[in-house]
Design a protein around this ligand. Structure first.
Ligand code: SAH
Ligand code: SF4
Length: 364
C-alpha cells in the first residue's frame, strides 16, 4: 500500500477549513463541510455542488482517507470490533454494540493511558500518545461507512449513540476530544445530539466543568469505590482528586451541562468494593445527584490481581441501590467471544500486534 502524504481534511473544523482555503467564499466552506461530515464523501470528485476546478484543486492537495481496518470481528451477539491502524502504525480499537432500539459505538481517545487504574489492562501499559481530532472522528467514520449511514438516517440507526469508553482518559486529551465532539454535534456535521454522547472520566476535576459548559454531553464517572483509602489504590488519580472534591463538581454537572443525570460506573471487585456497607455508602454519597449507576462485572485479564464479585453479591449490591431509589443495573458483558469486553481486547491485540488496546462492554 502506498502512503498518502497529502493532508487529510477529516478532523478540520469549519474555522480551519476557512483558514486553509483562504480565498473560498464562506458558503463554499459550508458546502465542503457538509460533504465531508454530513454526507461522508469518500473523495472530492463526488462533491457535485462544488465547481470542478475547486474539486480538482482539493484532490491535488488533500485527501479524505479513512483509518485502515486491520481486523474486523463480529461476536455471536452481534458486537463488532475493529482494529484500526493509525498513520504512525499504532493501533486502536473501536467496538460497536447493537441493541434492540439503538446502536452504541465505543471510541478511544488515546493510544494507551497515562493513568494506572489497577483493574484496567490499559492502565498497566505505558502511554503512547493522544489521538488527533481526525483519529477520533475516524472511528465514527469507519462505523458509518460499514453501516452505510451517510447522511445519518432518521429513525433507528446502527450508530445512534457514542460513548468515550475505549482506551484512554478523554479529559486528558480535552482539546482534541472537544474539537472532534463539536464536529460530531454540528447540525451540518455528523449530527449527533449531545444527549446521545457520553464521556467517561476517571475523575479529572479541572476539565469536568469545561466539558459541561462547552460541550454539554452526558458524563459518566468511573467511581469504583466509596472510600478514599480504597479508591487511592484502585484509581490512583484519587490521590490528586479525592472523592469529596470529585462528587462536589459532579453534583453541579447536570446544571452546568443542562443534562438530566450523570452515570456512575462501578466495577465489581471481589472483597474490595462490593460489600453491603459499600452499597449503602454509595447511595449516601450520591444522594441528591440525579444519577444512574452502572455496575460493571470485572473482566479479568492475564496477571490481574483482582477477581469479579460473586453473582449473588452483585445482585445484592444492585438491590440495595434500587431500594435507595437508584437505577443500578448490572451491565451485561458483550462481545466476550471476540474479546471485546472491558479489559479483554488488549491482551489479544498485544499478542497479535503488540499494540496497547482496550475496549468497553455494554452501553450507558
Ligand atoms: N478512562 C476513562 C474511560 C475509559 S475506561 C475512564 O476510566 O472512565 C471505560 C470504563 O471501563 C471505566 O469505567 C473503566 O473503569 C472500566 N474498566 C476498565 N477495565 C475494566 C475491567 N477489566 N473490567 C471492567 N471494567 C473495566
Ligand atoms: Fe485509563 Fe480509564 Fe483505564 Fe483508568 S480505567 S487506566 S483512566 S483507561
Amino acid at each position: 500500500m502506498t502512503l498518502n502524504l497529502s493532508h487529510s481534511l477529516i478532523g478540520e473544523s469549519r474555522e480551519t477549513l476557512q483558514a486553509i482555503l483562504k480565498t473560498w467564499e464562506p458558503y463554499r466552506i459550508r458546502q465542503l463541510f457538509s460533504w465531508i461530515y454530513e454526507k461522508g464523501s469518500p473523495n472530492f470528485e463526488i462533491m457535485s455542488s462544488l465547481p470542478k476546478p475547486l474539486r480538482h484543486a482539493l484532490s491535488e492537495a488533500f485527501n479524505l482517507e479513512r483509518l485502515l481496518v486491520s481486523k474486523a470481528q463480529i461476536s455471536s451477539d452481534g458486537t463488532q470490533k475493529w482494529l484500526l491502524k493509525l498513520h504512525d502504525a499504532h493501533e486502536i480499537e473501536t467496538v460497536h454494540i447493537p441493541e434492540l432500539t439503538r446502536g452504541t459505538l465505543c471510541v478511544s481517545s488515546q493510544v494507551g493511558c497515562t493513568l494506572t487504574c489497577k483493574f484496567c489492562h490499559t492502565g498497566t501499559q505505558t502511554w503512547v500518545r493522544n489521538l488527533e481530532p481526525g483519529e477520533i472522528l475516524g472511528q465514527v467514520f469507519v462505523a458509518r461507512d460499514v453501516f452505510g449511514e451517510w447522511p445519518s438516517p432518521e429513525g433507528k440507526r446502527h450508530v445512534s449513540h457514542l460513548v468515550f469508553m475505549g482506551m484512554g482518559e478523554p479529559l486528558y486529551n480535552y482539546e482534541n476530544v472537544s474539537k472532534a465532539l463539536k464536529i460530531l454535534m454540528d447540525p451540518q456535521g455528523l449530527r449527533f445530539s449531545r444527549q446521545k454522547i457520553t464521556l467517561s472520566t476517571s475523575g479529572v476535576i479541572p476539565q469536568i466543568e469545561a466539558c459541561g459548559r462547552e460541550l454539554g454531553v452526558r458524563l459518566a464517572v468511573s467511581l469504583h469505590a466509596v472510600r478514599d483509602d480504597v479508591r487511592d489504590v484502585i484509581v490512583p488519580l484519587n490521590k490528586k482528586y479525592p472523592l469529596k472534591d470529585l462528587l462536589e463538581i459532579v453534583r453541579a454537572y447536570p446544571k452546568i451541562s443542562k443534562t438530566d443525570y450523570v452515570t456512575f460506573e462501578y466495577v465489581m471487585l471481589k472483597n474490595i468494593n462490593d460489600s453491603e456497607k459499600d452499597a449503602k455508602e454509595l447511595a449516601r454519597l450520591i444522594r441528591g445527584i440525579p444519577s444512574k449507576i452502572n455496575l460493571i462485572p470485572f473482566n479479568p485479564w492475564p496477571g490481574a490481581s483482582y477477581e469479579c464479585s460473586d453473582p449473588k453479591r452483585m445482585e445484592k449490591f444492585s438491590e440495595i441501590l434500587k431500594h435507595h431509589g437508584y437505577a443500578a443495573p448490572l451491565r451485561k458483558t458483550r462481545g466476550q467471544d471476540i474479546l471485546a469486553a472491558c479489559g479483554q481486547l488488549k491482551s489479544e491485540s498485544m499478542r497479535q500486534s503488540k499494540s496497547k488496546l482496550k475496549a468497553c462492554s455494554e452501553t450507558m
